[in-house]
Design a protein around this ligand. Structure first.
Ligand SMILES: NC(=O)c1ccc[n+]([C@@H]2O[C@H](COP(=O)([O-])OP(=O)(O)OC[C@H]3O[C@@H](n4cnc5c(N)ncnc54)[C@H](OP(=O)(O)O)[C@@H]3O)[C@@H](O)[C@H]2O)c1
Length: 314
């Protein structure tokens, strides 16, 4: 009893500290005139981030990346219609699953505007399948796209930045609450995002140790209403094809991106963008024994999970 009260008091204290130290507003001027490279710019969070940067920051230059050149061209047209100058929007197609090509992609991105001030590692692919039924190749694919590809891009970005002594940079990872707590049907995705979090925390401390002016921000959204669930891999590595309840009832993408910009523009190390239930789950798994956290959260999430369980278990 005493232990539980102590843990609860620590959790409340820490939550209050996080709230007090969390930036209350976005600093849109942070992006003024900066070259910002957004991977996964063809859809969802990445596309909306580009739109809000054009709308709210002056003279921002954007490098749009994903696999689909035609879709990126359409996004560029939309950004120009929203006020961007065509010469300030470049397209660099890349496939994060094809790691041999990523050094050349970084070269092309740096060539677009001479440097890259902010790299937003946003592209990613999710999963909707029961672990016991999932083909091992699905784990390869999730690790390649959600972890290895992002690390390659970041490594080559760092090489370019340290070539220019004192170059100020900022590396952003769009991770997930699923990288911090277990979320059913996403075993490979949770593992890849957790690995990305660990990599980000380690390079942040190394960059500070070396006094390099390169910030590292991890943004972890909860469910957001994008095509992520539709594009997620099923047990055979095919598209899941529909929105599960966590995504369908998630945050609107414009609200998510508005909050993300608050964290990124204030160079927050680790920034959660999620519902109060997702934040509660995150706190449970941070402070309570795993068994207690699991037993507490399962009934609360049941309504979100049952329909998907019926689908993925058949
Ligand atoms: N929506 C959510 O509920 C949620 C929650 C937490 C975290 N996140 C994270 O947020 C990020 C963006 O997701 P989203 O919700 O915007 O999903 P989305 O609408 O499916 O967008 C995913 C983006 O990633 C790109 N992408 C996928 N595979 C790629 C590859 N192999 N190489 C290069 N680009 C690739 C896609 O572009 P192409 O298909 O054109 O290549 C697309 O632009 C992801 O990292 C995701 O894990 C999303």
């Amino acid at each position: 009893m005493q232990v539980t009260t102590g843990v609860a008091a620590m959790a409340v204290g820490y939550a209050a500290f996080r709230y007090m130290s969390s930036p209350k507003s976005a600093n849109h001027a942070y992006f003024d005139g900066k070259a910002v490279w957004v991977t996964g710019a063809s859809s969802g969070i990445g596309k909306e981030l580009c739109r809000q940067l054009v709308e709210k920051s002056k003279g921002v230059r954007l490098i749009l990346s994903s696999r689909k050149e035609e879709t990126l061209r359409e996004v560029k047209e939309e950004l120009v219609a929203a006020g961007a100058r065509a010469k300030d929007v470049a397209i660099v197609t890349l496939d994060l699953g094809d790691k041999e090509t990523l050094e050349a992609a970084v070269e092309r991105a740096f060539k677009a505007f001479g440097s890259v001030d902010v790299l937003v590692n946003n592209a990613g692919i999710s999963q909707r399948s029961l672990a016991r039924m999932t083909s091992p190749v699905v784990y390869d694919r999730l690790m390649e796209v959600d972890y290895v590809g992002q690390v390659y891009l970041t490594q080559f970005y760092l090489h370019k930045m340290v070539e220019t002594k004192d170059a100020e940079g900022h590396i952003v990872f769009i991770s997930s609450v699923a990288g911090k707590i277990p979320v059913p049907f996403r075993s490979g995705y949770c593992a890849a995002k957790a690995a990305l979090d660990a990599y980000a925390s380690t390079i942040r401390i190394e960059l500070e140790l070396e006094c390099r002016p390169i910030a590292v921000t991890v943004v972890s959204p909860g469910g957001v209403r994008t095509a992520v669930s539709k594009n997620a891999l099923n047990k055979d590595g095919e598209a899941f094809g529909e929105a599960d309840a966590v995504t369908a009832e998630g945050m609107a993408v414009d609200e998510c991106v508005g909050q993300m910009i608050r964290g990124i523009s204030n160079k927050v190390d680790d920034f959660l963008v999620c519902s109060s239930l997702e934040r509660f789950a995150y706190r449970l798994f941070s402070y309570l024994p795993l068994r207690t956290a699991t037993k507490t959260i399962l009934p609360k999430y049941k309504k979100y999970l049952d329909a998907t369980l019926a689908k993925v278990a058949s």
